[in-house]
Every structure is written in structure tokens, then in C-alpha cells.
Design a protein around this ligand. Sequence first.
Ligand SMILES: Nc1ncnc2c1ncn2[C@@H]1O[C@H](COP(=O)(O)OP(=O)(O)OP(=O)(O)O)[C@@H](O)[C@H]1O
Length: 254
Amino acid sequence: MTVEHPALALRGLAKRFDGTIAVAGVDLDVPAGSFYGLLGPNGAGKTTTLSMAVGLLRPDAGAAWVLGHDVWQDPITAKRLLGVMPDGVRLFDRLTGAELLAYNGLLRGMDPAVVDQRAAELLDVLALGDAGRTLVVDYSAGMKKKIGLACALLHGPRVLVLDEPFEAVDPVSAALIRDILTRYAAGGGTVVFSSHVMEVVERLCSHVAILAGGTIKRVGTIDEVRGDRSLEQVFVEVVGGRTATGEELSWLSQ
Ligand SMILES: Nc1ncnc2c1ncn2[C@@H]1O[C@H](COP(=O)(O)OP(=O)(O)OP(=O)(O)O)[C@@H](O)[C@H]1O
């Protein structure tokens, strides 16, 4: 009998920065083949959680597994299965897009001919082919997201983890990224991404977790979490927030 492992399993992940508790014990199972949205307001702990989940940030407590492989005990196996686009897309940006992809592929030990062929295809599909000799440092924010996604996809990972892939991306590029991710998921891949944009999560995801104050407040399929309301209504209820009384900022209307 084969055991089907979750694409990503997190248990008790916690992280504190000086006096701030960024993540306060996150448990999460991301089923293989799912399209998973991690929603949360600014400062909820999304980036910290995903960074610990993929082996970029060492947790104070807890553990993470990728398809059954412990990210911190067996990082090589786990990272072979993972494609990651980290927050702020920290890239070696004094390279062209093609050079950056070649560098990533060779670091992963891929055959140079395969790297060349896949890099050309990715640059073409992501409409970055025209950037030619432009260095990544001179790319626009949206282009940086796209080359970050290309780097994450290059080795054909089974699980993609993307930190705010739609942030600062124009509608045309966003549609392109959505199409690529949808195709990837339809081919059996698992996508996990963080966002604070309800519409994107509602439109793409099979599952969602709402994170606030460093803990998971709601989790399940989109229908389970949403019930008979909109995801935005559930989000606002879960996250709370202050309501303007109308008294504040009165000078704005003078
Ligand atoms: N390196 C760090 N040093 C100190 N505090 C940090 C660090 N990284 C994150 N934090 C704090 O941890 C908390 C969670 O931050 P995190 O970036 O994980 O949230 P987020 O949900 O990704 O937010 P956003 O949507 O604004 O990107 C915040 O209070 C943040 O200020």
C-alpha cells in the first residue's frame, strides 16, 4: 500500500523576531494536486510561514515536510521537489533573464541543453524574450515576478510555493501567470501562494487558509471556508479591523 503524503505538511511552526511573535504555531496540510491560497492581512505571518515551510528561514519550533520529506532534516530531497518564488524576489539581478535561468538550472545540476531549451520556452511564454540583454535589475516589478516564476518552474518541481505572485503585476501579466499556474495544477502539480487579494484566491484556489496574528483562523476548501457568504465577508469577520466613524480626517473635506 502506498501512502499519499500531503504536498506540504506543517506542524507547530513558530517564529519570533525579538519581541514580536510572527508565527505562533501553524499546522497545515496542503493536499497533493490542490491549488492552495494563504490569505492574510499585512503582517499576518504569511511570508514568515512560507519561508519556514520551504527551508529559507529556520523555525524556532515545529517542522515542515514536502511530499513526506522533512525540509530541515532532508533538505536536498525536499528542495528538489520544490519550486519557490520568495518574497520580494531576491534574485541575482546583475544577469539577463536567460543568464539567470541558466545559472539556476546549472546550480540544480540540470543538463545544460535542457536548461537552454526550457529557458527559451519560459522566456517566450512569459513574454520576456524581448527583454534580450536587459539585466534583471532593470526589469519592471512585474517582469521580476515573471522571471522569478520562471526560475521556480525551470526544474519541473512537484510543488510550487509562491509569495504574493500577483503583487505589482499588471492585468495582462497576471492573466498570463494565472494561465501558467492553472496549467501546472491541471498537470498534477500543487500550487501554494500567499495573497491578500480575495478575488484571485476565490477564482483560482481549491483550498484556502486564513492566517492572522500568526495563527490559522480558518482552513478548508473554498466552499467550506466561504459557506454561503463571500470570501471577503469571512475574511473581514475573521481578521477584524477598525471602522472609520466619519469623524476622523475631517480636514480632508475642508
Ligand atoms: N526579519 C524580521 N525581523 C523582525 N521582524 C520581522 C521580520 N520578518 C517579519 N517580521 C515581523 O513578523 C510579522 C509577520 O511578518 P510577515 O512578513 O511574515 O507577514 P506577511 O503576512 O507576509 O505580511 P505582508 O502581507 O505585509 O507581506 C510582522 O509583524 C513583521 O514585522
